[in-house]
Design a protein around this ligand. Sequence first.
Ligand code: NAD
Length: 290
Amino acid sequence: MTAEIIDGNAIAGSIRQEIAAEVTGWADRGLRIPGLAVILVGSDPASEVYVRGKRKDCDEVGFHSNVQHLSDHVTQQDLEERILALNEDDSVDGILVQTPLPAHIDEDRIIDCIDPDKDVDGFHAYNMGRLALRRPAFRSCTPKGVMMLLEQLDIEIRGMDAAVIGASNHVGRPMTLELLLAGCTVITAHKFTRDITEKVKLADIVISAVGKPGLVTADWIKPGAVVIDVGITRGEGNRLYGDVDFDGVREVASQITPVPGGVGPMTRVALLKNTLQAAKLHQHLPADED
Ligand code: NAD
């Protein structure tokens, strides 16, 4: 079997067009167009690339965006005060603090400061709790992007066995909660998991979010499984690598995402969806059914 390659760029592109079409005409109807505020601290090259991408996406769909680029000497208090000011700013629907933050900043406390109704990254404990309780509000962008991608495949995932590899707060854990909500039976593997190959091999859907190139090889995969590679590792010349041994796994899986061009664009479009959702919430417009 040679797996079909899932084109995340194409799927994200069509969702972006839907968002742009929805927002066209808002200003004529007296509505305020969605606004995203991004805080970028320091000069991590990868973070700068991600933030540029977010601005470009906002421009493309007709959202406002504004970026506060702060020195990596910013204090905890200054950063918290900036977030509290954005919470009060009615022109801002979504607030995103680009991670990683410098070591002297307490990231949990920063996320705690964001108004949960503006938490378009879905990282706030309130939004994570809502997802855990099966009443999702703002859902983390990468797991939400993966779910939007799975929805485009011609498969009924309810009742399927899924394996999530990686258990971080931002990706692995909310990914597990999303799949549970969708009716999958989920195994969450992490660095302490024993006999990981046997466990992952039970799964109809495998989602890897670790950051170790070549970790997931063909012998981990049940024939015909769908394989979603969230991992991104930058190699020489800024080349991107996923977690999955793409060429080997492609011969066993039924469908597979590439890196780049798989989950990355879906994460970006999920942020636009969340920002649109926030703008609707703040202007008392009917929400999407998602
Ligand atoms: P993280 O470092 O916070 O978490 C990594 C997880 O992998 C941990 O739970 C750890 O226990 C687990 N792990 C480590 N070694 C393992 C092993 N040998 N076997 C099984 N599990 C192991 O990273 P993160 O923030 O969750 O991100 C994971 C990856 O996803 C990274 O490569 C990151 O760059 C990428 N990422 C991609 C996107 C995207 O849009 N495509 C978005 C966010 C993160």
